[in-house]
Design a protein around this ligand. Structure first.
Ligand code: 5AD
Ligand code: SF4
Length: 491
């Protein structure tokens, strides 16, 4: 996916397209054709309205969705819409949804309901829904029945077709629904717009084959497929030449990257290739599955100058019995062994994790095993989740769902332990000097800049906007629990 939004070369390609002819069949040329066509339609609407048309994309969920939203934004800007932060004022509203937990779905329904009111005041407004939630048949049925004002519904596999779907909607004036069950198709070289000028997510693979028994992702994101290393490297090189210094390699299970390629390649090998890119300073990746974390990867992390000192390694439960029920395919001991190995290779690594509480049949003993892992590993931070029953997953059919009050109590005990440990762990960097990638002006205090250390901790320090996008040495003066206040080191 190349950042082509402001690219003259791309403009030339679009100018050559004759939209009076039928659309080409091959990609990405087909989408270039629809971008050119949608541009004409939008220009006409702009003339009619006598003002620019605007859009607002709202992202729910994970980093994958955030990256997909950048692709949607790239296409909307290409066809002539301008960004508008206030959703109620926008002419085109998109919700890029998440369905990993039930409460995420409820939030989206609530928001769509409110849009109905806004659309009554602005009937020309377009509403598009996409992302994981749309891959669930029951959701689409409900939308078709009770949310008729929605204009466009598409899923996770056909995001690249966004321009084509917009054209279909503009030509038909009817609700357009395009959901694919699965695909192995990866379309390269479409426009995308980055949220930050200096850092970017880069998809290296899509989908997941793990089928953890609680998780809906394999059903809504489809089978695992990896992008070719050539395309990934080319994208990163272009990002770097455009000012990017930090990339986040994205996949549901990056450790199994490359298994499905014609010429298989390991994730560790890919990292070594990426490390060679001149001008790139930091490499992050997410998410790692413990069962696939190889010795080769640990060694590469230990030797690397660019891979950030941070590993997100979800363990989900400390009980080997529950891990087995979750189909995670590792034991508590294996996980703790991995932590020892990675700490031996990268002593100052920051470890973060995901934990689920209240999986069906979880006993107090199982939960104490989870607390034991938290105490042994001492995470820099942890995302804690209450188990959410997802229809269609094997765990949803398991009996013995744990009573809500018991789950809430365990969740609170876990959270307070996680927070206590993470504030202790965070404080060890006080009075050290760390490289900080400056991300922007502090939200609450305009005299402070905010940036991130290699281990992902936030640092606020006095400075100005000229520092944005640079890696600056900062002395960490005071730990405030989960972030630092620092001072720039004078050269
Ligand atoms: N209930 C609660 N948490 C879940 N996760 C995934 N599925 C569920 C579920 N059904 C959590 C896992 C995963 C993170 C992204 O979301 O911890 O690592
Ligand atoms: Fe879900 Fe497990 Fe795949 Fe992660 S590895 S996306 S938890 S099925």
């Amino acid at each position: 996916m190349i950042d082509r939004t402001k690219n003259e070369e791309f403009e030339k390609i679009l100018e050559m397209i004759d939209i009076t002819k039928p659309a080409p069949a091959e990609e990405p040329q087909r989408q270039y054709y629809f971008i050119a066509k949608a541009r004409e339609y939008v220009a006409e609407k702009v003339r009619e309205a006598g003002r620019p048309l605007t859009f607002c994309v709202t992202t729910f969920g994970c980093q994958m969705n955030a990256r997909d939203s950048e692709k949607l934004t790239g296409i909307l800007e290409q066809i002539g819409y301008q960004e508008e932060a206030d959703e109620e004022k926008a002419d085109f509203v998109i919700y890029n949804t998440c369905t990993v937990r039930e409460n995420a779905n409820q939030r989206v329904y609530g928001r769509i309901g409110q849009l109905n009111r806004v659309k009554r005041q602005n009937p020309h407004m377009l509403v598009g829904l996409c992302g994981c939630m749309m891959q669930e048949t029951a959701v689409v049925e409900k939308l078709k029945k009770s949310y008729r004002f929605v204009d466009l519904i598409f899923g996770t596999h056909n995001i690249y077709k966004f321009a084509e779907l917009i054209v279909t909607r503009m030509e038909s004036e009817r609700m357009v629904i395009d959901i694919w069950k699965d695909t192995d198709k990866i379309v390269e070289d479409l426009p995308s717009e980055r949220k930050f000028s200096f850092k970017s997510g880069v998809n290296i693979m899509f989908g997941c084959n793990n089928f953890c028994s609680y998780c809906i992702v394999p059903y809504v994101r489809g089978r695992e497929r990896s992008r070719s290393p050539k395309d990934i490297i080319r994208e990163i090189e272009e990002l770097v030449s455009d000012g990017v210094v930090e990339i986040m390699l994205l996949g549901q299970n990056v450790n199994s990257y490359g298994k499905t390629l014609d010429v298989p390649m390991s994730f560790a090998e890919l990292l070594q290739e990426i490390e060679k890119i001149e001008g790139l300073e930091r490499i992050r990746f997410m998410t790692s599955h413990p069962k696939d974390l190889s010795d080769e990867l640990i060694e590469v992390m230990g030797n690397s100058k660019k891979i950030c000192k941070h590993l997100h390694l979800p363990f989900q439960s400390g009980s080997t019995r529950i891990l087995d029920q979750m189909n995670r395919r590792y034991t508590k001991e294996h996980y703790l062994g991995l932590v020892d190995k990675i700490r031996a290779a990268v002593p100052d690594i920051s470890l973060t994790t995901d934990i689920i509480v209240g999986f069906p049949g979880e006993t107090e003993e199982d939960f104490l095993e989870t607390l034991d892992v938290v105490r042994k590993v001492r995470y820099d931070s942890a995302f804690t989740f209450i188990y959410s029953k997802r229809t269609g997953t094997p765990a949803a059919a398991m009996e013995e769902q744990t009573p809500e009050a018991v789950v809430k109590d365990r969740f609170n005990r876990l959270l307070s332990e996680v927070q206590k440990i993470s504030s202790e762990v965070c404080s060890v960097y006080a009075n050290t000097v760390q490289g900080v990638l400056v991300e922007g002006v502090n939200d609450h205090d305009g005299s402070l800049m905010t940036g991130r250390m290699s281990n992902n901790l936030l640092v606020h320090f006095p400075g100005d906007e000229s520092l944005i996008g640079k890696i600056i040495d900062v002395e960490l003066k005071e730990c405030k629990g989960f972030y630092y206040i620092g001072e720039m080191v004078k050269k």
